[in-house]
Write a protein that binds this ligand. Structure first.
Ligand code: PEP
Ligand code: MG
Length: 844
């Protein structure tokens, strides 16, 4: 049985709740409780509005009886969350011939005609659903245009324009209720996170007459600047002569306080301005939020029509939350929860200014946030040459390989045709804080001809300027305005509060001293993953590394490794120094050796010269090392078992750096073995590393500790965690490879079809981007449980690219992991996300 419509006058004690009447209705009730001058308002509940959409109409006289006879009304939507949108407001309901005549007396003929005309236009289009073209703004004077509009309405609708306020009101309520049920509205709000059955309430409010005689007008006021979050009274006011529409158009309005653009409301109507300021301060204090106050002035009297949360940039959101807490309006825990962690990453990088025009050439995966402009170049060498001349450039590659690292360092951003969230370019880009768009396959990459062809046919040649927006995945033509990062005091304060409460540690994946410095600057709790292979790509080392790979005998190999040893030792010494006693987890060499060799003929030739070997030797060796499936081939611990000298050299470098470290606190390095699948691998490597440690201790006469851990990144290691845990101090989950191997999905190629998979609901999200709780997550919890069974105190962590995402941190926390480790630039996001998880139960 349909329920009786619920029509509630908004009073301080009326039964109104956000969950039944929507956020706007609730907010208006709060304003009424604060005794602000809110015009009479009636709220219709979600159920009532749903009933209206289904044809159960309320008695309009019950609504109208709440207002003075002949009042003009406005109807506005009230959804549970204002972000879910809703149909546009309809103003001046109740406008009839009679009312028009009355208003002409007091407001003047032109104003009255304009008001009536606007209402007829809105009603015709949104309620009677007539063709908008017929009711477009005419050039003719308002009285004539009104006459035409009324005639057009009657012609089209075959009835005169309704003259009964009750009929008008019912028509408006029905059209708004139905609009909410429409497919477009439904899809739009679901995209913003609304449930499928989200309700809509409606508000019917007496219209304050901003077009009336005397000092009348309408405007908005807020106490902070929406871009910076700094205190500043901002807003606009349109006097009766300009009309409300001017507010949206933004032209010819008064600014509120002294403003170089023109006279201000404060100067012209000081009493009204003071009252508004008082009301706004009260709203901030009592609604515990920066609010924008929508107001009207009716013959000098202020009316408050609505209060909405101030729109804010991400940087403003941080400052507003911190300021509210510092003013004692909200608790620190609440300030922590008011900032979306992901929004922080925007503050760490340059961004395209929100209002800058965007000429989109194409799109790809937003793999590393931030924006940069520069001329495009197609080789790492060209990137270095441009950088040497101080010219910012964007490195464009089909995909990047370790050989491109130096070019990536030199470039301001990287664009690739292939790859996904955990491809080489993406991982390195995030590590360097370099904006990066990968998998931009809608653009044609003609790398030999050194040009790109956009989907619309535009050709972008080497030397042309483009902008990469790594936060959205857009490739933009030209150089739109960028805004600088905002690591200001508010940012530091908020993260300081976050650190006070969080209970999951956040480490950084850092391979170089620069990364480590960034990690320290972002207050990481240590290094969770140092990928040592990245240390071998510097030019001087690469040659020695290649010599080692080409060594004909074990002795030759040892000789090359002897040359690499001091370089590695220096790397670790610098890392320990920068991290000043914080934990540093070093992963032994992981990639297959062929990654260190050149991939093209010119590179082979150069290497033949450098090593003084015949070209044929080089090509033969490269071929011999080539694998059909290198990611499943001789890499990680397999290399450590097959060529043990490499891991021994690395262990020696780590221990010598440890023994010599003088950082004020004992350095206890953590050494991690990659790609383990069996406990015997760990036993073998452990025995050798222990022996190296003993030898260094004796030789250097210094005692030190170290801990050995296993990177769990193959399904078998997860399944056999119990026996593996018996031989190590920690398990760190490498969720990149674990995702790749659990799904049997290449992390470098999945980008090609990932969007089709996500669009068709095969995967809810890209599993390289968002940790797959169901499958990979099950392996993680199972392995953690098995590992703990053997070693209850074992340290557990996630160090794959997922480590920094709020969802993975929630997962890690639920599973009782000790830390997550992520790219240095994601550390602040992770710190805030971890803090929110810790305080959320106290807030709710
Ligand atoms: C992993 O596989 O999750 C990982 C962190 O290692 P890499 O990305 O270097 O393979
Ligand atoms: Mg891995």
């Amino acid at each position: 049985m349909p329920q009786a419509p619920s029509i509630t006058l908004v009073t301080p004690t009326a039964p109104i709740a956000t969950a039944t009447h929507g956020g706007r209705a609730k907010c208006l009730q709060r304003l009424v409780r604060l005794e602000l001058p809110v015009p009479t308002t009636v709220a219709l509940s979600f159920d009532t509005v749903l009933g209206i959409a289904n044809g159960v109409m309320p008695d309009p006289s019950v609504i109208l009886s709440q207002f003075e006879p002949g009042a003009l009304l406005c109807v506005r939507p009230s959804s549970e969350d204002p972000d879910w949108g809703g149909p546009g407001a309809i103003l001046n309901v109740g406008m009839t011939e009679e009312k028009h005549a009355q208003l002409a007396e007091t407001f003047g003929a032109e104003t009255a005609a304009r008001m009536y005309l606007r209402f007829v236009q809105t009603y015709a289009v949104h309620v009677a659903r007539l063709d908008p073209d017929m009711f477009e703004d005419a050039e003719s004077p308002p009285a004539e245009a009104l006459y035409d509009a009324l005639r057009a309405y009657e012609d089209e609708y075959e009835e005169p324009f309704p003259q009964d306020p009750g009929t008008q009101l019912i028509g408006v309520l029905r059209s708004m209720a139905r609009a909410w049920q429409g497919t477009t509205a439904r899809l739009l709000r679901q995209a913003k996170g609304a449930p499928a059955d989200a309700g809509l309430g409606l508000i019917v409010q007496h219209m304050a007459q901003s077009a009336g005689p005397g000092d009348s007008g309408a405007g908005v006021m807020q106490l902070v600047n929406s871009d910076t979050g700094l205190p500043q009274i901002t807003g606009r006011y349109a006097g009766r002569a300009q009309g409300r529409e001017a507010l949206n158009a933004g032209a010819d309005v008064l600014y509120l306080e002294k403003d170089p653009r023109g006279p201000s409301l404060a100067e012209q109507l000081p009493d009204a301005f003071d009252a508004l300021k008082r009301y706004s301060v009260l709203m901030r204090q009592r609604l515990r939020e920066e609010m924008q106050c929508e107001f009207a002035i009716e013959n000098g009297r202020v009316a408050i029509l609505d209060g909405v949360r101030v729109q804010r940039s991400n940087r403003a959101a941080v400052r507003i939350a911190v300021q509210l807490a510092e003013d004692g309006v909200i608790a620190r825990e609440e300030a922590i929860c008011r900032v979306e962690p992901r929004a922080l990453s925007e503050l760490l990088h340059r961004q395209v200014a929100p209002n800058a025009p965007r000429d989109v050439l194409g799109r790809g995966v937003a793999a590393s946030p931030g924006a940069a402009s520069g001329v495009i170049v197609f080789t790492a060498a060209a990137a270095q040459a441009r950088a040497a001349q101080g010219e910012p450039c964007i490195l464009v590659r089909r995909e990047t390989s370790p050989e491109d690292i130096r070019g990536m360092h030199a470039a301001s951003a990287v664009l690739t045709e292939r790859g996904g969230m955990s491809s080489h370019a993406a991982v390195i880009g995030r590590g360097l804080g370099l904006p990066c768009v990968v998998g931009a396959s809608s653009i044609r990459f003609q790398t030999r001809r050194r040009q790109l062809i956009a989907p619309d046919g535009r050709v972008i040649r080497e030397g042309d300027t483009v902008t990469l927006d790594g936060s959205t995945g857009d490739v933009l033509a030209g150089a739109p305005r960028l805004i600088e990062p905002a690591l200001d005091d508010a940012f530091q304060t908020l993260l300081g509060w976050a650190d006070d409460v969080r209970d999951v540690a956040v480490r950084a994946n850092a391979d170089t001293p620069e990364d480590a410095k960034t990690a320290r600057a972002f207050k990481a709790d240590g290094i969770g993953l140092c990928r040592t292979e990245h240390m071998f790509f510097e030019d001087d080392r690469l040659t020695v590394m290649r010599e080692m790979i080409f060594a004909g005998s074990s002795e030759d190999r040892r000789a090359s490794l002897e040359r690499l040893l001091p370089m590695q030792r220096e790397d670790f010494t610098r890392l320990f120094k920068i991290m000043a006693g914080k934990p540093v987890c070093i992963r032994l060499l992981d990639p297959p050796l062929h990654e260190f060799l050149p991939s093209d003929r010119a590179g082979h030739q150069a290497l033949a010269e450098a090593l003084d070997l015949p070209l044929s030797d080089i090509t033969r060796r490269v071929e011999a090392l080539t694998e059909y499936n290198p990611m499943l081939g001789m890499r990680g611990v397999r290399l450590g078992i097959a060529v043990p000298e490499i891991y021994e050299m690395q262990a020696r470098a780590i221990f010598e750096a440890t023994a010599a470290a003088n950082v004020g606190a004992a350095v206890v390095p953590e050494i991690m073995i990659p790609l383990v699948t069996a406990k015997r691998e760990v036993e073998l490597v452990k025995t050798r590393i222990d022996a190296v440690a003993a030898e260094v201790r004796t030789r250097m006469g210094v005692d030190f500790d170290y801990s050995l851990g296993v990177m769990v990144e193959t399904p078998r290691a997860a399944l056999r965690a119990e026996e593996i845990a018996q031989h190590c101090a920690f398990l760190s989950f490498g969720t990149n490879d674990l995702t790749q191997m659990t799904y049997g999905l290449s992390r470098d190629d999945a980008g090609r079809f990932m969007s089709a998979y996500v669009q068709q609901g095969v995967f809810p999200e890209d599993p390289f981007h968002t940790l797959d709780r169901d499958g990979v997550g099950e392996l993680l919890t199972m392995a953690a449980e098995r590992g703990r069974r053997a070693a209850p105190d074992i340290t557990l962590s996630i160090c794959g690219e997922h480590g920094g995402s709020p969802e993975s941190i929630a997962f890690a926390r639920d599973a009782g992991f000790h830390y997550v480790s992520c790219s240095p630039f994601r550390v602040p996001v992770a710190r805030l996300a971890a803090a929110q998880l810790a305080v959320t139960p106290n807030i709710r």
